[in-house]
Design a binder for this molecule. Structure first.
Ligand SMILES: [Zn+2]
Length: 86
């Protein structure tokens, strides 16, 4: 997995909840401003559906979500698999 697509996803680096532009590490904003969403892994499901619906590659979705929730892309992928989303 590479970050070659970093540029393509840069415009998505805003908060999915309030639209505020984010800077690294992205999860700090979610943790402090949206603690309920941050604590609930269930929100990954909707985020994944939103991003995938925008045509984003699944592997990129995993990276974006992992960066918003201080997780690893592998963790996001296995959670979504567990939930039957993938
Ligand atoms: Zn926000």
């Amino acid at each position: 997995m590479s970050y070659d697509d970093e540029q393509g996803t840069e415009e998505l680096r805003k908060c999915p909840y309030c639209g505020e532009p984010l800077s690294r590490p992205y999860w700090v904003h979610v943790q402090s401003e949206h603690p309920e969403e941050y604590a609930a892994k269930e929100t990954w499901v909707q985020l994944y559906k939103d991003y995938a619906g925008m045509g984003m590659d699944p592997s990129v979705c995993f990276i974006v979500i992992s960066e918003l929730f201080n997780a690893t892309p592998e963790e996001v992928e296995s959670f979504l698999k567990e939930k039957g989303v993938l």
